[in-house]
Design a protein around this ligand. Structure first.
Ligand SMILES: Cc1ncc(COP(=O)(O)O)c(C=O)c1O
Length: 426
């Protein structure tokens, strides 16, 4: 029973690889679809694998008593004052479109917040856009800058939507492997080696889903230097910027010298404010790039959900205490999970951001897919195979600690029991 996609956009060796979207439209890429579907669906869509994670969740949905460390979203509900602001917007009849860019008040509040926290100044009238989730921002960024055949450098493993966003925009994702031994941080030397005359952009996302890695400032500076030297644009998905632990400070790459003018920054409320279902986020970019993104957004989306924008406004104005208290709780769970995996013999680098641990399961004798499948079937604990996030994720699993402390304790106990049956234990 395959539980994760094996037809992923990355090759399995250590070198950066180019996946040619146009060339990948074979019958196998349509994964089981009939000949009709192969010929009717556009080649660049066929070239994108279905989400390995989604397939896995379909299996989980059919089972009872599963402890899910699989889904990457907060277990907290949206803090009440934020929800109330949404309710108030409905009561007051604020149920119409907003400006295509989003409510000016919200753009201005986000811009002021970013300036206060990171010292980067964005003009809310032409450099900020409210999007329907960072998911939309990612799509807009890719479509606004990519010409057919342009290459975009992406870390492997990385969030499942990153490489597909590039492919769907007609570009070629070039995967640069990262390693557990380097804390899954992008290695600037490898990034530089992946640059070609076709390189258009670098897509980075730290803190990282799925590894929990953050980038130290010197690494970020080296990446910025590469971007400047090779005239690359940067798409920086910073959805987890508020979730860093142990005194680390997040640095947006746009805050580094001469970087703001070549960077599209994406941020949102889904993770920091437990607002996944509201579908609201923001993008900040230099005015020319933003004008391109706005064109796509106005035709494809018109404007982000209005009620959600009012809720987001409350999140920016008064949400800080909730962000801090949720982060403190995630930190407690992070320590439990990370130490718990290591105590069980599953080597796990300390995750320093987001809410994922990414332990190695190689020593169990299972592949990551078999580990996840067997763990689910035998002990009803759901984790996601690391290879669903790229070839370099193989041999690891992603476990999300945005679930209760007690459930994580119970999950670790079950995993301990499960390991007695692992091939290596026999
Ligand atoms: C790195 C990353 N970017 C973007 C998203 C999607 O965020 P949103 O809910 O704002 O669309 C996720 C969700 O898991 C994510 O992990």
């Amino acid at each position: 029973m395959p539980i994760a996609s094996t037809d992923r956009p990355f090759d399995s060796d250590d070198n950066p690889r180019r996946t040619n979207a146009a060339g990948a439209g074979s019958a196998s890429a349509a994964s089981g679809a009939g000949v009709e579907a192969v010929t009717r669906v556009a080649r660049r869509v066929q070239a994108v694998p279905g989400s390995g994670i989604r397939r896995f969740f379909d299996i989980i949905a059919s089972m009872d008593h599963v402890i899910s460390l699989g889904v990457g979203e907060p277990d907290f509900v949206t803090p009440w004052p934020i929800s109330e602001a949404g309710i108030r917007a409905i009561e007051q009849g604020r149920t119409h479109y907003t400006s295509n860019l989003g409510l000016f008040e919200l753009r201005a509040a986000i811009a002021a917040d970013l300036e206060r926290r990171y010292g980067v100044e964005w003009d809310p009238s032409e450099e900020m856009l409210i999007t329907t989730g960072v998911s939309e921002g990612l799509d807009l960024a890719a479509r606004a800058i990519i010409n057919p055949g342009d290459e975009v450098i992406v870390a492997d493993p990385s969030y499942a939507a990153h490489a597909p966003a590039v492919t769907l925009a007609g570009g070629i994702p070039v995967a640069v492997p990262t390693r557990a031994s380097q804390g899954f941080a992008l290695d600037p030397k490898q990034v530089e080696a992946a640059v070609t005359p076709k390189s258009k952009a670098l897509l980075i996302a730290y803190p990282s889903n799925p590894t929990g890695a953050v980038l130290e400032r010197p690494t970020l500076e080296a990446l910025a230097e590469i971007a400047r030297r090779h005239n690359l644009l940067v798409i920086s998905d910073e959805i987890y910027d508020r979730l860093v632990y142990g005194g680390i400070e997040h640095t947006p790459i746009a805050s580094l010298p001469e970087m703001q003018n070549r960077t599209i920054t994406l941020g949102g409320f889904s993770k920091s404010h437990a607002m996944t279902g509201w579908r609201v986020a923001w993008a900040a970019a230099p005015a020319d790039l933003m004008a391109g993104m706005l064109k796509i957004h106005q035709y494809a989306m018109m404007s982000a959900p209005t009620v959600a924008q009012y809720a987001a406004l409350e999140a920016v104005r008064a949400g800080e205490e909730y962000v801090i208290s949720m982060r403190e709780e995630y930190d407690r769970r992070r320590q439990l999970m990370w130490r718990g995996f290591n105590n069980l013999g599953l080597a796990c680098a300390e995750p320093r951001g987001a809410f994922y641990a990414f332990p190695s399961v190689a020593q169990t004798g299972y592949s990551d897919e078999a580990f996840a499948e067997q763990l689910l079937l035998r002990e009803q604990v759901a984790v996601v195979p690391g290879s669903a996030f790229g070839a370099a994720g193989a041999g690891h699993v992603r476990a999300c600690y945005a679930t209760s402390y007690e459930e994580i304790e119970e999950a670790l106990e079950r995993i301990g029991r499960f390991l007695h049956h692992a091939p290596m234990a026999k």
